[in-house]
Structure formats: structure tokens, C-alpha cells
Ligand binder design. Structure first.
Ligand code: 5RP
Ligand code: FE2
Length: 233
């Protein structure tokens, strides 16, 4: 499977979101961080902004919900135009029902794990999902340092995906940059969120291209990709 690069608009200029979306043309998805100041100690944007952004760009929206009560809110993000909706398992009351509802409404269903949440208790849920997000920082803020200690979890998750023969995407989010993306790809990630590394760059579109090239090269050399026939874009 090809690697995917998803710039996070958390590091973009919120007053110029439509232009900021165009600045990363060539990106696979736009990553939209929704924070409610309850699940995480920060507040960003909600359904109306996602609705406007979906109208303003052709790049599909990958909504990462860092909010309480995703069972109630996640379906509204699909209706607002998100093509992928990620809820946190720590916040969901009924993750299987929620994933099925997101899919039934026509979006990709994704589940996120905070750094201290292990994957193993959720192995049986993997077939219900289109993507699993492993946080590589504590959720809440952009520009934090990548947590190396998450690499074994990425590796174990990739093994579980292989064991069950699933076509599940494995996303990493937090501190992903030119100096960390290769380790993530080597461990088994294939979808890479990058906020400050893209929007903090002189040329955001070039930063996306450079990250993609690095991830693709690391994936081509990775044992998990050789075993499962993954190919670089
Ligand atoms: O979910 C997030 C934070 O909770 C963001 O997507 C993430 O932090 C991106 O920013 P950066 O690449 O600068 O770490
Ligand atoms: Fe995110």
C-alpha cells in the first residue's frame, strides 16, 4: 500500500483555512483536529468549520475528534463532509456501534489510542475499522516532541493487522517530521500526520513531497512491508 501524508491544519492559519488547504496540494488528506477543552485541555473548531472547509477544498478531510461523547458527535462530522472520522477509544461508550454508524453514513471509521492505551484489549475490534491511529504525543497540542516509546506499539499493531489479514491503515500523529518519519514507517505506520513539520516549513507542499519520499523509501526497506507486499508510491 502507498504511504499517505496528512498535513494537520492545527499548525495552519485558522483565519485562512481555504488557502492553507491549497498550500498543501498533493497531500492525501487534510487532518482536522477537533478539541473540546474536556477530553484534552485545548479548544479548536467544530462542525460548522468542517462543513465550510469541506466545501472549500477537494482534499478529503480526516477528522480527529479529541472530544468527550464521540458517540453523539462523530456522525455529525460525517454529515458535515468528513471522509474519515477518528474517535478516541478512551472516550467512546460503544466503539463498535460507533464505527458501524460512521461507516453506514459513508465515511471511513477510525479509532485512536492515547500513548498510555494498549492495543491488545482492542484486537477483536480491528475488523470494524478502516484505520487505527496511534498517538505519538499526548493529544492536545501541536509541536510536541515525538514519543519514541510508541514505536513498539506501532510494531505490535502492524503484526496484529497482518495476523488478521486486514487492509487497515495505521496512522501516526504527533511529532512526525523529517527526523522521525522513517522510524514510524519502519515500525509499520503507513499514514503520517504532520502539522508543524508541514505548515512550519517555508514551502508546505515541498515538505509534503519530502516526507512522502522519506516514508516511501523507509517502507520499501521495512520487513513488515516486504512480508505483506506493500509498495511505495
Ligand atoms: O492531534 C494532534 C495533537 O493532539 C495533532 O494532529 C498533532 O499534534 C500534529 O501536530 P505536530 O505534527 O506538530 O505534532
Ligand atoms: Fe491529530
Amino acid at each position: 500500500m502507498a504511504v499517505q501524508i496528512n498535513p494537520s491544519i492545527l499548525s495552519a492559519d485558522f483565519a485562512r483555512l481555504a488557502e492553507e488547504a491549497k498550500a498543501v496540494q498533493g497531500a492525501d488528506w487534510l487532518h482536522v483536529d477537533v478539541m473540546d477543552n474536556h477530553f484534552v485541555p485545548n479548544l479548536t473548531l467544530g462542525v460548522p468549520v468542517v462543513e465550510s472547509l469541506a466545501r472549500a477544498t477537494d482534499t478529503p478531510l480526516d477528522c480527529h475528534l479529541m472530544i468527550e461523547d464521540p458517540d453523539r458527535w462523530a456522525p455529525q462530522y460525517v454529515e458535515a463532509g468528513a471522509s474519515s472520522v477518528t474517535f478516541h477509544v478512551e472516550a467512546a461508550a460503544a466503539p463498535v456501534r460507533l464505527a458501524r454508524e460512521i461507516r453506514a453514513k459513508g465515511a471511513r471509521a477510525s479509532m485512536a489510542l492515547k500513548p498510555a492505551t494498549p492495543i491488545e484489549p482492542f484486537e477483536d475490534l480491528l475488523p470494524e475499522l478502516d484505520m487505527l491511529l496511534i498517538m505519538t504525543v499526548e493529544p492536545g497540542f501541536g509541536g510536541q516532541a515525538f514519543l519514541d516509546i510508541m514505536l513498539p506499539k506501532i510494531r505490535r499493531t502492524r503484526e496484529l493487522i497482518g495476523k488478521h489479514g486486514l487492509q487497515l491503515w495505521l496512522q501516526v500523529d504527533g511529532g512526525v517530521s523529517a527526523s522521525t518519519i522513517e522510524r514510524c514507517a519502519d515500525a509499520g505506520a503507513d499514514v503520517f500526520v504532520a502539522g508543524s513539520a508541514v505548515y512550519g516549513a517555508q514551502d508546505p507542499a515541498e515538505a509534503v513531497r519530502a516526507l512522502r519520499a522519506q516514508a516511501a523509501t523507509a517502507t520499501a526497506k521495512a520487513s513488515w512491508a516486504c512480508d505483506h507486499g506493500a509498495t511505495a508510491k
